[in-house]
Design a protein around this ligand. Structure first.
Ligand code: PGA
Length: 240
């Protein structure tokens, strides 16, 4: 695991965009694994700017997102489909047919899950972007999730629902389930870029760096992947 420590969120966002940008310039038809959450928003803003300045293009890029809430229509303001369009896809030259997120509402979630997993197994993600939860989750792989899991439906922990309630009117509105890539899907990426910013992530970063590989701490699975870059700001690094 290569750790890059930067001053603050702004520097983290620039550094992350530089890594993604370098890939898109050297491989214009790269396949990206993307993440939602507050952390990658600044990176997406930088990528939008680089696209506007014609430094890079998304025209041949394919994307696969990590996860999606179950039981929210894609049009819902808090769906990850909406998030990705508002923060990236609507502002760059990506083709909608190349955008992939789990379909996590409807009558046959098991079938939709299997379909997303099949689509993932038919491609090789060049770079997977990850945030990290306060409890060490990556995607919605909560503590205790077997590392061998592929795309599955997860019952969200109360901690994760609490963490995410800031985006909803109340805790009751936060969905109880999500469809997520499993750890096995995440580890299949050629390269992984994990971003963490802020004091509230410091304990998770400490555990990631010093802790053992254990299913109790999902992000520890990354220690067994040979090509992981972790970018942290000074606050997230404050317990190292
Ligand atoms: P955040 O979420 O970027 O909003 O902190 C990260 C995560 O829970 O994976």
């Amino acid at each position: 695991m290569q750790i890059i420590k930067v001053k603050n969120y702004e520097a983290l966002s620039q550094e992350a965009a530089k890594i993604v940008g370098k890939l898109l310039i050297s491989k214009p038809d790269a396949i990206l694994g993307l993440a939602t959450g507050s952390t990658p928003v600044g990176m997406y803003q930088n990528l939008v700017k680089m696209n506007e300045n014609h430094e890079l293009s998304f025209k041949a890029v394919k994307t696969y997102n990590l996860d999606e809430y179950c039981d929210l229509p894609r049009s819902h303001a808090q769906s990850y489909y909406t998030f990705m369009h508002e923060n990236l896809f609507n502002h760059v030259d990506i083709l909608e047919k190349n955008v992939h997120l789990p379909h996590a509402e409807g009558a046959d979630l098991a079938k939709q899950c299997a379909e997303y997993n099949k689509a993932l197994n038919n491609v090789k993600i060049d770079l997977q972007v990850l945030g990290i939860g306060g409890n060490g989750h990556i995607g919605f792989n909560e503590p205790g999730t077997p590392f061998s899991n592929e795309t599955f439906i997860v019952e969200l922990t109360e901690k994760t629902r609490e963490d995410n309630k800031r985006f909803f009117a109340s805790l009751e509105e936060v969905p109880h389930r999500a469809m997520t890539m499993g750890i096995k899907n995440i580890l299949a990426a050629k390269k992984i870029l994990l971003l963490a910013s802020g004091k509230n992530k410091a304990p998770a970063i400490k555990e990631l760096v010093f802790g053992n590989v254990s299913e109790k701490f999902p992000a520890s699975a990354l220690k067994d992947h040979g090509n992981v870059i972790v970018i942290i700001d000074e606050d997230a690094a404050s317990l190292l």
